[in-house]
Design a protein around this ligand. Structure first.
Ligand SMILES: Nc1ncnc2c1ncn2[C@@H]1O[C@H](COP(=O)(O)OP(=O)(O)OP(=O)(O)O)[C@@H](O)[C@H]1O
Length: 319
C-alpha cells in the first residue's frame, strides 16, 4: 500500500531521518520502535505529508502506486481524508474539548463523503459499536472530558476509521493508558486491521504491545532504520546493539529462565479471561506473556474472585 525509498528528512542541515526505505502491504501490521528522538513520529508525519514546516524531505513515497513526491497539497489532503489516518498517544489533546464526540466523528463523513446528518449519526453509532465504546447512543452527545482515557482512545480510533482508511498509523496509542486498558486497545487495533484488511503502523516504546500487535518490526536509531524483520524474530534474536539493549531491558519474565517460569504458570493462564474489570495485574501478566511470544489470553471483563485469581497468577509469575 505504501512504498518508501531513500527517504531523508533534514532540518537546518541535520538529518532527522536518513535514507529510510520500507513498505507496508494492505492488511499488514508493522511495528516501529526506537529510542526517543530517533525519528519515529517524524517518519509517520512524513508518510502523511505533514512533516513540520521548514523540513527538507527527499526520496520517494508511493501510496497505492502513486508517487506522492510530485503531488500537491490537494492530493495530500485527499490522501489524509481517504487512505491514511493517524492516532496519537494523548487522546484528550487530540479531541476538541468543546465538541461532542459524536459531532467530532461525524465531521469527516459530512465533509468528505457528503453524508447527511442522519446518515453520519448512523455511521458514527456503527463505529462506536465496532470500536467497543459502551452505551454508544448516550456517548454521542458527551464531551471528551466525560469519557475515560480508554474510551477517548476508542473515539479517536473511530474518528480515524470514519473514512475507511487503508492504513492506520498509531503513534504510541497506549502510552497514556494503564496496562489493562492498553491491552484492550491493542487487541482492538489487531481486530480492526484483520476485519477491514487495513494496514497498521504501530509506533511504540512498549515491546510487549509491539509483540502482540505487529507481524513485522522496524527499529530506528538516530534517524536510521537499523534493524528489521519479523517481530518475533527481531525481539528474540536482535542483531543491532541498540535492539539488544532494548530487549535486555524487558520485564524479568522474558529474561533467561522466563520460559521455565512461564511453563509453570501456563496452566493458570486461561484464568486471565475471567479476571475482573480494571484489573491491572491481568494486563501486566498478559503483557509479559506476550513479550515471551506466548499466546495471549483473552480478557473478558467478567468473573467473580477475579483479583484473587489475578493475585495468585502474579505471585506465580514472579516466583
Ligand atoms: N518541528 C520540529 N522542528 C525541528 N526538529 C524537530 C521537529 N519535530 C521533530 N524534530 C526532531 O526530529 C527528530 C526526531 O523526532 P521524533 O519526534 O520523530 O522522535 P521520536 O522517535 O518519535 O521520539 P519519541 O519516542 O520521544 O516520540 C528529533 O531530533 C527532533 O528533535
Amino acid at each position: 500500500m505504501i512504498e518508501v525509498e531513500n527517504l531523508s528528512v533534514r532540518w537546518l542541515g541535520a538529518e532527522a531521518i536518513r535514507d529510510a526505505s520500507l513498505s507496508i502491504a494492505a492488511g499488514e501490521r508493522l511495528g516501529v520502535v526506537g529510542e526517543s528522538g530517533s525519528g519515529k513520529t517524524l517518519l509517520a508525519l512524513t508518510l502523511m505529508g505533514m512533516a513540520p514546516e521548514g523540513m527538507d524531505v527527499s526520496g520517494t513515497i508511493r501510496v497505492d502506486g502513486h508517487d506522492m513526491a510530485a503531488a500537491g497539497d490537494a492530493a495530500w489532503r485527499r490522501l489524509r481524508a481517504r487512505r491514511v489516518a493517524m492516532i496519537f498517544q494523548e487522546p484528550m489533546a487530540a479531541l476538541n474539548p468543546l465538541r461532542t464526540v459524536g459531532d467530532t466523528v461525524a465531521e469527516p463523513m459530512r465533509l468528505h463523503d457528503g453524508a447527511s446528518r442522519a446518515q453520519a449519526r448512523r455511521r458514527v453509532l456503527d463505529l462506536f459499536e465496532e470500536t467497543g465504546i459502551p452505551d454508544p447512543e448516550r456517548r454521542l452527545s458527551q464531551y471528551p472530558h466525560e469519557l475515560s482515557g480508554g474510551q477517548r482512545q476508542r473515539v479517536l480510533i473511530a474518528l480515524a476509521l470514519a473514512c475507511d482508511p487503508g492504513l492506520l498509523i498509531a503513534d504510541e496509542p497506549t502510552t497514556a493508558l494503564d496496562a489493562h486498558v492498553a491491552l484492550r486497545i491493542t487487541e482492538l487495533l489487531v481486530r480492526l486491521a484483520r476485519d477491514r484488511n487495513m494496514a497498521l503502523m504501530f509506533i511504540s516504546h512498549d515491546l510487549a504491545a509491539v509483540s502482540r500487535t505487529t507481524e513485522r518490526l522496524l527499529v530506528m536509531y538516530c534517524g536510521d532504520i537499523v534493524e528489521r524483520g519479523p517481530t518475533a524474530r527481531v525481539l528474540r534474536d536482535p542483531s543491532h546493539p541498540y535492539t539488544q539493549g532494548l530487549t535486555a531491558a524487558r520485564p524479568a519474565l522474558a529474561a533467561a529462565g522466563g520460559r521455565r517460569r512461564l511453563a509453570t504458570i501456563r496452566g493458570s493462564v486461561p484464568a486471565l479471561g475471567d479476571m475482573g474489570k480494571g484489573c491491572r495485574f491481568a494486563g501486566r501478566c498478559a503483557q509479559e506473556l506476550a513479550v515471551c511470544g506466548e499466546t495471549r489470553p483473552t480478557s473478558a471483563d467478567t468473573g467473580p474472585g477475579a483479583s484473587a485469581a489475578c493475585h495468585l497468577l502474579t505471585q506465580r509469575a514472579t516466583t
